[in-house]
Design a protein around this ligand. Structure first.
Ligand SMILES: [Zn+2]
Length: 438
């Protein structure tokens, strides 16, 4: 990351001359870039275009088309991406920068034992790994006990202090009292445990939590519509319809969309009926519920990789084995939604598995029935639409921010090629080039 370091030094030197700090956008020397991959996949349609090039000017895409048709300004930096396909920067709509794989440290132990300061440093490292993997935007759905630290990580990235993707953050997330970990199940009842999210009971308390989180920087409100609260720890709805409605209405009043964790059919249905904007997981949702989502335009993030990962950690599953019951359930829900034309966004639940391996989710969606181009759309223009950011990024078109990635091979034909990034640019700033592989 030599180039980023240099920029940081330049910026620091500049700051000495101009004590009133420059805005983040002026932080980096952007200039003109001509990108010359073997082919360009723009997200407009399904086909990749051989022999196309992309011109970047001052952080935005200035032109895209056949290389010969582009007028190149004098002094533009040329980057040849031999054997590679240029795509829009990828988007993961379900991330947890403050978690790391559970086979390294169990979730309970991360939340109970790792100091928030340490978790924030880890999050910075995870953000870097994510960006260098070609993911230029993340929706981070809850710090899992690390308070509002995601807002600070987002600011540090926006200011150029650390490399990372654009973040849309949810801060603490909202859960029903005593429904979410750590504990209380399995711990002695006189222990006062820190919460993995903000606990509320009643519509008024739910509204207070939304207002607090929004005021402290939440771009999205995340709620847990169901969790392991049923008898014997079975997944069951947590909030009453009135509580759900209070959260959704207050969030919408404040201009924040709502993402709902929901794994059971009843939990998904209640969340959708309350008006949430996206459903996370949805493993147990049935056809009637997905039809309702299709009707209402509710987005769905299948998080298939989280299921495969926890199967590896806790169910002795190995890649290539016959899928576990939970994996089959998730795949079936995904196929129903896909068949009905539900709006499916790429959301992996990364953090459960290693940051930077986000490509595994588009690959899992293809393994369970999507075409490679459907999966690419889910991770680019469709994801941008779910974020309500389609006018800023998510495709390669003149006027959009220059958030771009290139992968060796052709992911529009072989989705696993997303595992091999060779170029990453965000806002017109290159973070990874063939000459500066990290
Ligand atoms: Zn999650």
């Amino acid at each position: 990351m030599r180039s980023v370091l240099l920029k940081r030094l330049c910026c620091a030197a500049f700051a000495l001359l101009l004590p009133a700090a420059l805005p983040a956008a002026a932080d980096t020397a952007k200039g003109d870039w001509l990108l010359l991959p073997d082919r360009v996949w723009t997200a407009d349609g399904d086909a990749a275009h051989n022999g196309w090039a992309v011109l970047v000017h001052e952080g935005a895409i200035a032109a895209v088309g056949p290389a010969a048709s582009i007028v190149v300004p004098a002094g533009a930096h040329r980057v040849t991406l031999r054997g590679a396909t240029l795509t829009p920067g990828l988007i993961d709509l379900h991330a947890h920068l403050f978690l790391h794989p559970y086979n390294e440290t169990l979730w309970n132990d991360q939340v109970l034992k790792e100091p928030q300061d340490y978790r924030t440093l880890e999050a910075a490292k995870h953000a870097r790994d994510t960006l260098l993997a070609g993911f230029t935007t993340l929706r981070d759905l809850g710090t899992e006990g690390a308070g509002y630290a995601d807002v600070s990580v987002k600011h540090a990235i926006d200011e150029g202090l650390i490399p990372g993707p654009r973040l849309f953050v949810a801060t603490r997330a909202i859960v029903a009292t005593a429904s979410y970990g750590p504990g209380p199940r399995g711990f002695r009842p006189d222990l006062d445990l820190p919460g993995g999210a903000q606990e509320v009971s009643g519509a008024d308390a739910a509204m207070v939590a939304v207002r607090e989180q929004a005021a402290r920087g939440a771009d999205w409100i995340k709620l847990y519509a169901d969790y392991r609260v049923g008898p014997d720890g079975a997944t069951a709805p947590t909030f009453t319809p009135a509580e759900l409605k209070a959260i959704v209405d207050t969030a919408h009043l404040l201009g924040r969309p709502v993402a709902a964790h929901a794994a059971s059919d009843a939990g998904v249905r209640m969340a959708v009926e309350a008006g949430v904007d996206s459903i996370e997981h949805g493993y147990g949702a049935g056809e009637a519920t997905f039809r309702l989502m299709k009707q209402r335009g509710t987005a769905y993030q299948p998080t298939l990789t989280a299921v495969a990962s926890t199967a590896e950690y806790f169910e002795h599953y190995r890649p290539g084995d016959a899928p576990t019951a939970r994996m089959r359930e998730a795949a079936q829900a995904f196929r129903i939604a896909l068949g009905l034309g539900v709006l499916i966004g790429n959301g992996s639940d990364v953090g459960v598995f290693a940051h930077g391996a986000n490509w595994r989710e588009p690959a899992a969606m293809v393994a369970d029935g999507m075409t490679p181009t459907q999966a690419l759309h889910a991770a680019t223009d469709v994801a941008a639409r779910i974020l309500r950011q389609q006018g800023r990024f998510g495709a390669i078109a003149p006027g959009l921010r220059a958030d771009l990635a290139a992968f060796a091979g052709d992911p529009a034909a072989h989705i696993d090629d997303l595992a091999h990034p060779v170029f990453v640019m965000k806002d017109g700033v290159p973070y990874r080039t063939p000459d500066t592989q990290p």
